[in-house]
Write a protein that binds this ligand. Structure first.
Ligand code: PLP
Length: 411
């Protein structure tokens, strides 16, 4: 008889967003008259911009014409998109990335999980706490952890607590690790890392043969000029870091699906005997075998993001969301909450009052004001006592939420 992958049995409480949906659904069924405002989940609400749509449609039309039709595309993405990425996201920021180091995919979510396939099973993985849950769950599914203890920690993951005391910046662990996930601008805390901080990680990674898995899905939200957008702006990062990027939040592609991962050829790891291998070769092999590329019209749409009009349009889109963040941040601060993030990231990280548990705050806000936020505990035990608000809602919903928040008697 076929058996399940036992590692899945170790996963706790279902995926965070599924649990939130379950609670919201139960509440809505019991209170069908309530108008729930979703200020939690990080999905965008504005449509694709005109330039992107124009290019998308052109791509679709080409697929319907015998002279321009395309079958399977290149596994790693069309050159027109990879060139645009290299030029705009790296060369313009003085970061060295080569075109064949850029792998176009259908999402940073899949890539940050799939990447673990090319690493040995005995690698020790360090992950921030709290964090985007995909890194933890993918590590568990891959069979690299033990069970989850009653405090919410899996055996064999090195957790790096991100707290007010360390400004939510993970501290380099004392114990030996092999791989570390870093995410800046951070989901869920909304904090960013400066050059000096990232240089410490890169220097440490070089000295200790550690690989950095750097998720910069929110880099387009960085507003302060001294904050790096890419890990490759940091000296020597090419030797130690893989970077994940996505058009999801940059250009509203959450339902369209396009992202990319950069694996520099200088990044070497060893086998058990100490022989060195380029991870680039392994990721190339992995993608060639298991992935058949992103659809041509979608890649055309993504390339339009880099045109002059495309850039102008997505900057307006990001400004709209960041204005939402400003409104929410100011509201919560006025209500006496301590608020982090929201300056270089679309998330605000709010500390509950009087040590209220984050799921209690979530339930209170859902039931009292029909507003959905995300309980910080869902992002990891160190997220207890915090909730995340997302700025991706429509403006009218943000303003309505603000009205309701202003009328709330918080404990
Ligand atoms: N990385 C982080 C940190 C995220 O928060 C998200 C989505 O919320 C993703 C990756 C997913 O990106 P994609 O839509 O490209 O799969």
């Amino acid at each position: 008889m076929a058996q399940v992958n036992q590692n899945y049995l170790k996963l706790k409480d279902g995926y965070l967003f599924q649990e939130i949906s379950r609670r919201v659904r139960l509440f809505q069924e019991a209170n069908p008259q309530c108008n729930i405002i979703h200020m939690g989940i990080g999905d965008v609400t504005l449509p694709l911009t005109p330039k992107v749509i124009e290019s998308f449609q052109k791509g679709v039309n080409e697929m319907g014409d015998i002279t321009t039709f395309k079958g399977y595309g290149p596994n790693f993405g069309y050159e027109f998109l990879r060139n645009a990425i290299k030029e705009n996201d790296y060369t313009k920021r003085f970061a060295h990335v080569e075109v064949d180091e850029i792998f176009i995919t259908d999402g940073a979510k899949c890539d940050t999980g799939n990447i673990l396939e090319i690493f040995g099973m005995n690698n020790k993985i360090a992950i921030s706490d709290p964090i985007y849950p995909v890194y933890i769950d993918s590590t568990v599914m891959s069979g690299r952890t033990g069970v989850c203890n009653e405090n919410g920690y899996y055996e064999n993951i090195v957790y790096m607590p991100c707290t007010e005391e360390n400004s939510f910046l993970p501290i380099i662990p004392n114990e030996i690790i092999d791989i570390v996930f870093l995410c800046f601008p951070n989901n869920p805390t909304g904090v960013t890392a400066n050059q000096a901080y990232l240089q410490k990680w890169v220097d440490y990674a070089i000295e200790n043969n550690v690989v950095i898995l750097y998720d910069s899905a929110y880099e387009a939200y960085i507003s302060e000029s001294n904050i790096p957008h890419s890990i490759y702006e940091i000296k020597n990062a090419r030797k130690v870091a893989i970077e994940f990027r996505s058009f999801s939040k940059t250009a509203g592609f959450t339902g369209t699906r396009c992202a990319y991962t950069v694996v520099p050829k200088e990044l070497l790891v060893t086998d058990e005997t100490g022989k060195k291998f380029a991870l680039h070769t392994f990721w190339t092999r992995r993608q060639a075998t298991k992935f058949n590329g992103v659809s041509y019209p979608v890649q055309r749409a993504a390339a339009a993001v880099y045109t002059i009009e495309g850039q102008k349009e997505i900057k307006e889109m990001i400004a709209y969301y960041m204005d939402n963040a400003k409104i929410l941040k100011a509201t919560m601060e006025k209500l006496g909450f301590k608020v982090y993030g929201g300056i270089n990231a679309p998330y605000i990280w709010v500390k509950t009052k009087n040590n209220q548990k984050s799921w209690d705050f979530f339930d209170f806000l859902l039931k009292k004001q029909n507003i959905v936020c995300i309980p910080g505990f869902g992002f990891g035990p160190a997220g207890e006592g915090f909730v995340r608000f997302s700025s991706f809602a429509k403006r009218e919903n943000v303003l309505q939420a603000v009205e309701r928040l202003n009328q709330t008697n918080f404990i």
